[in-house]
Design a protein around this ligand. Structure first.
Ligand SMILES: Cc1cc2nc3c(=O)[nH]c(=O)nc-3n(C[C@H](O)[C@H](O)[C@H](O)COP(=O)(O)OP(=O)(O)OC[C@H]3O[C@@H](n4cnc5c(N)ncnc54)[C@H](O)[C@@H]3O)c2cc1C
Length: 408
């Protein structure tokens, strides 16, 4: 008897980057795949990514570019589907791209090209896509033949399948359809969560810092940034790397790539530290014989590394400059360690990603299958693997999707 229309081998929940990639990988293997999304169209986050040009991978992707409670978990998937594999796919579809900086590959024209690529591949692989379908619950049922089936209850009726892939993403940008559905389903299935937090997100200053700096909103300069923990040497997160990129002062705090990167490592109450003059000894001219040791000389020395307004403000923020050699050395040290305790972040509404998610300890790193519920898979951002800014999050979405797509 031919299968009922509502019967599939695989149902993928969430038609974002990971869900679409996984659906066509499974479809290519001859699996009957249904891809469901509650939004009106597929790939909505892809369309707004990379300023509309989708930074679809990073040439230098390594496991070190990801945050996870288990830093080794991502290695197997990242090795199975590499940035070169993504480039082959992009070139197959005639999409032109360029390297912007630091290995980041962007489409030349529009992120829509990546969505079209995914839609075409799904079409060729026979994937059935249904948008505007809300998934209510997923449950398991044993059949007469002792096989276990999943029943996916949705606003468009019930569907059955052998494998369910959860690709419902994280909590960032709720207005783009983000929900906590994946986390809830995981917890119902006995999985633990690593606390989800907003990441790649602007930081917000406490009122006194806002008053001191935020009228400089729009001023930007290069820094080396790092999440400094509570400020005590031992409390600094061991894994928090330094990022040498631009910082941007906003009307509520700081943003820019350097800040977005450290935000993923920052926790409430902790400090962030910025070297405002990386690799430079800026105040050396003030130590020279006959140098004028006064505010104007300090400002002009700082202008060699900072925009004028920031240089002036930094000097104005010095309570009473000490012009001795020791005092100048102290100011130099402070310049390389501008330390702030943000009041918070701009939250999920402005975050590019969610750090944390489904604990990888209960997933098979080669297939993304749950160790608790056979046949249940988790891929993409819903999993506790979060990339740095720069194309790493899509590379994780593609790679984890290919791992699961080859196994379902
Ligand atoms: C503004 C912005 C710019 C970004 N730019 C980049 C970039 O240039 N490069 C990069 O690598 N990363 C970028 N990212 C991050 C990247 O977009 C995500 O990491 C990636 O999209 C995650 O893919 P995903 O498939 O796991 O989840 P998503 O793309 O979020 O897809 C999840 C899908 O699940 C659907 N869904 C959710 N809940 C349900 C439910 N209950 N029922 C049915 N469907 C549901 C959603 O509608 C959505 O379509 C950016 C993110 C943002 C917000």
């Amino acid at each position: 008897m031919p299968p009922l229309l509502s019967e599939f081998d695989v149902i993928v929940l969430g038609a974002g980057a990971a869900g679409m990639m996984c659906a066509f990988e499974a479809g290519r293997r001859g699996r009957r795949v249904l891809l469901l999304d509650h939004g009106e169209r597929v790939g909505r986050k892809i369309l707004i990514s990379g300023g509309g040009r989708c930074n679809f991978t990073n040439l230098h992707t390594r496991a070190e570019n990801f945050l996870s409670a288990n830093p080794h978990f991502a290695k197997s998937a990242l090795a199975r589907f590499t940035p070169s594999d993504m480039i082959v796919l992009v070139e197959k579809h005639g999409i032109r791209y360029h390297e912007k900086t630091l290995g980041q590959l962007f489409c030349d024209d529009s992120a829509q090209r990546i969505v079209t690529l995914l839609e075409r591949e799904c079409g060729e692989a026979g994937v059935e896509i249904r948008c505007g379908v809300k998934v209510n619950t997923v449950r398991r049922e044993s059949t007469l033949t002792d096989a276990t089936k999943f029943i996916v209850e949705t606003s468009a009726g019930d569907f059955t399948c052998e494998s369910v892939v959860v690709a419902t993403g994280g909590l960032s940008i709720p207005k783009m359809g983000a929900t906590g559905f994946g986390y809830e389903l995981a917890q119902q299935s006995g999985h633990s969560l690593v606390e989800p937090r907003a990441a790649l997100v602007p930081l917000v200053f406490a009122p006194e810092d806002r008053e001191r700096w935020c009228d400089l909103s729009g001023v930007s300069f290069e820094v080396v940034a790092h999440a400094a923990g509570s400020g005590k040497a031992k409390s600094r997160p061991q894994t928090a790397p330094e990022f040498r990129e631009k910082l941007l002062i906003t009307h509520r705090g700081v943003s820019g790539p350097a800040v977005l990167q450290v935000s993923s490592y920052w926790k409430p109450g902790e400090q962030v530290r910025f070297d405002l003059a990386p690799d430079r000894e800026v105040l050396a001219p003030l130590l020279e014989k006959n140098a004028r040791r006064e505010a104007a000389s300090l400002v002009s020395a700082l202008r060699t590394v900072l925009p004028s307004r920031m240089a002036e403000r930094w000097v104005a923020a010095q309570p009473s400059p000490d012009w001795t050699n020791t005092g100048i050395a102290r100011m130099e040290a402070e310049l390389h360690a501008w330390t702030l305790t943000p009041a918070g972040t701009e939250g999920f509404a402005k975050a590019e990603v969610t750090v944390g998610g489904i604990d990888t300890a209960e997933l098979d790193a080669r297939t993304m299958e749950s160790r608790r519920v056979p046949g249940l898979y988790f891929i993409g951002e819903v999993v506790d693997v979060t990339g740095w800014l720069g194309g790493y999050n899509f590379q994780w979405a593609w790679a984890s999707a290919v791992s699961a797509g080859g196994a379902v």
